[in-house]
Design a protein around this ligand. Structure first.
Ligand SMILES: [Zn+2]
Length: 698
């Protein structure tokens, strides 16, 4: 201090600060105070207190984070990013030396003649470091070759939505050490942005991706939205990862797993896929066609909606609602009745954060099953939400006792993920598409009603990746499907992540049983061909196949008979795979091996011969004229059918395409267009009526 005062007095102005690092820290904290001797004295007192209270290392850290580095750059870390665009740990000796000398004369960094002076200062420090033996001569001379950076560039904006979220969660003005991996984050941002450039051409402007570590649930990459690429505003600042969006089919695997767990379903149990009306709700498949009946595993990977609704009706939507909440879905704000069966078709909104977390939890429970021993291999807390801050999970769990059972068992989860690893998807959503992947990934896509949201979520034993694509404002686009838009992003992200082995099979918890190869049910009395399959413990109680029946036929196999109309010696008994009539109608054309049961012999009594359905208009093979509407648009005609049963539901198809159904009054307004047409009507008992007609113009 004495030296500084003497020099300043003789020079007539302030030329020497006489400050130690501690004094400078105090000065930085008292910005704007005039540099008088009184103030200086006060600062000395404060600095002494600082010295007494903090270690040298702490004081240096305080200094480094508040020191000026030229312009509006404050703090060592900000300086690293703005001058060198990298983290403080990645600095070279030359860069470190520059940042060390800069706070003493921050103005030198500005372009101009001062820069030579700054270079000299830096090199002097490097020389000192070499003399002190910290660096060798070679390092020193290399460091001196480095240029001095130009104007500071803007701070990088990596993980900006993650930052938003931290602030929203109350983390503003604090230092948060996130679980993000900088490398993965940057690459995922790049992947999303690359796809965004293409998608923007189809007026799809937003996308989000979340990468989780399965074991910990920690966030590795968090891309909440796209970066602004084109002119116009498309809600790029919205953090989609945390926004509730319609879930499409993305929740179907949880229903499949829950039903396997309860033995309500085995892996390939046939599920109905026929025109269905439940409480006025009439689900449609993405491709508006029906398969009659499909194995549940196929229904899952082809994402068929009608079988899913049948499955949910069987499981009960109230129970599924509870299950989803317990699995971690936080956006189910309404009671179960509000959603009803639409719960499985995207009737509920979900956040990418929750959904990806739920997939990760499934994988975690399965992984950890093998890490525990005995018959207590589950921990309720293995199902948990993702986290972006480091948590000491081990200590949290040390006082929780493992359970014998789980929300979803390891065997149900294994089978579900095993079905979902299928790469070939004869996609119900967009047509066949083959995603090549060298790694095994269990994945599922989803598309919301009106093509507003495309989802893809995948898991491996190590990672869970969730991707959402759409428009933040909810605008739908043709071609916006999970398979077409989100799945390619998800596969790109997986191909960049390290691979891992596939899940282990929890054999200890599974049993092998014989199943009917056609119905996928437990082998029944009359099943012909059988397969073996692994089932969950409750799968042992799954119902046996009753689709195979014992039928009695005439020796030429042309007619059915029964004991009342044919002597025993005159009949042969065979096993026959008999689907309910309506299922049969749609199943048969797709399964060439399916054989319809022969009719009863005339003398064996049957309602055969009675006309159940009859077309009132148009009569078979009629030529009809449909006038145009007043505005010139093609008009429509009301077709009408009479049905013997007052309770019947009739399904209408025009030229093979499903139109809808009628009950009670079987009238349907149709606009078939000019030419020949085929009208196909099927009632819920499977009775079929096919009729041709022709529409002519004047
Ligand atoms: Zn069978």
């Amino acid at each position: 201090m004495a030296r500084a005062i003497r020099q300043n007095l003789s020079a007539g102005k302030v030329v020497s600060g006489g400050s130690t690092i501690s004094m400078q820290v105090i000065r930085l904290s008292r910005k704007g105070k005039s540099r008088t001797y009184l103030e200086k004295l006060y600062e000395v007192i404060l600095a002494t207190r600082l010295e007494l209270r903090y270690s040298k290392a702490e004081i240096l850290a305080l200094y480094a984070s508040h020191a000026p580095f030229g312009g509006n750059v404050v703090g060592l870390e900000a300086a690293c990013w703005r001058y060198f665009n990298r983290d403080v740990h990645e600095l070279s000796w030359g860069e470190a030396a520059l940042l060390a000398v800069l706070p003493n004369s921050p103005a030198l960094i500005h372009p101009g003649k001062n820069r030579d002076q700054l270079l000299l200062k830096r090199n002097a420090l490097l020389d000192k470091l070499q003399q002190a033996g910290v660096i060798d001569e070679f390092t020193c001379s290399l460091a001196k070759e480095e240029n001095i950076p130009d104007q500071p560039s803007a701070l990088p904006r990596y993980a900006r939505h993650m930052l938003q979220r931290i602030v929203r969660d109350g983390g503003a003005q604090t230092r948060v050490r996130s679980t993000l991996s900088v490398g993965v984050q940057r690459r995922v941002e790049q992947i999303v942005q690359d796809h965004h450039k293409q998608l923007a051409g189809s007026q799809i402007y937003n996308a989000a991706a979340l990468v989780l570590d399965v074991e910990t649930g920690e966030v590795i990459a968090y891309v909440g939205n796209t970066d602004v690429e084109e002119t116009g505003y498309h809600g790029e600042e919205v953090d989609i990862i945390n926004a509730p969006r319609s879930t499409g089919s993305i929740l179907k695997p949880f229903l499949y797993a829950a039903m396997l767990d309860e033995g309500k379903l085995l892996r390939n149990t046939l599920v109905p896929d026929v025109p269905t009306v439940i409480d006025g709700f009439s689900p449609k498949n993405f491709k508006r066609e029906f398969n009659g009946a499909v194995p549940a595993s196929q229904a899952l990977i082809r994402s068929l909606n009608v079988p899913a609704v049948h499955m949910l009706r069987d499981y009960r939507y109230e129970k599924f609602h509870t299950m989803l909440k317990r699995l971690g879905m936080t956006s189910l704000n309404h009671p179960p009745d509000h959603y009803g069966l639409s719960l499985i078709l995207g009737g509920a909104e979900g956040k990418l954060w929750d959904v990806t977390g739920m997939y990760a939890s499934m994988a975690r429970v399965l992984n950890r099953y093998f890490k525990r021993t005995g018959d207590q291999r589950y921990l309720a807390s293995d199902f948990h939400t993702p986290t972006y801050t480091k948590k000491n999970v081990a200590s949290d769990e040390s006082n929780i006792k493992p359970d014998q059972s789980s929300l979803l068992s390891a065997s149900a989860i294994y089978q579900t993920l095993d079905v979902l690893k299928e790469v070939y998807r004869p996609g119900e959503e967009t047509g066949w598409r083959n995603f090549y992947s060298a790694k095994k990934i269990a994945w599922k896509t989803g598309t919301s009603f009106g093509h507003r949201d495309g989802w893809a979520v995948g898991v491996t034993p190590q990672y869970a990746v969730g991707v959402w694509v759409g428009n933040a404002d909810g605008e739908g686009r043709p071609g916006l499907t999970g398979t077409e838009t989100a799945a390619p992003i998800m596969f790109d992200i997986f191909s960049m992540l390290p691979g891992s082995a596939w899940f282990q099979e929890p054999y200890l918890e599974m049993q092998q049983i014989a199943v009917c190869s056609k119905s996928g049910l437990r082998v029944g009395e009359y099943c012909e061909a059988t397969d073996t399959t692994w089932v969950t413990p409750k799968g042992l109680d799954a119902r046996a196949c009753t689709t195979h029946k014992r039928v009695h036929l005439t020796p030429d196999l042309k007619y059915r008979v029964h004991a009342g109309c044919a002597p025993l010696g005159d009949m042969v008994s065979v096993n026959w795979f008999v689907l309910p009539p309506l299922q049969e109608h749609y199943y048969k054309p797709r399964n060439v091996s399916y054989r319809t049961l022969p009719p009863y012999r005339a003398d064996c009594g049957d309602q055969g011969g009675l006309v159940v359905m009859e077309l009132v208009y148009p009569k078979p093979n009629a030529r009809i004229f449909i006038p145009r509407d007043l505005d010139g648009a093609p008009g429509s005609a009301v077709f009408e059918l009479a049905h013997r049963s007052a309770l019947a539901t009739v399904h209408w198809h025009l030229d093979g395409e499903y139109l809808g159904n009628t009950t009670k009054n079987h009238r349907f307004a149709l606009n078939p267009g000019e030419g020949s047409h085929t009208l196909t009507l099927v009632d819920d008992a499977g009775v079929l009526l096919e009729s041709q007609f022709e529409v002519f113009s004047k």
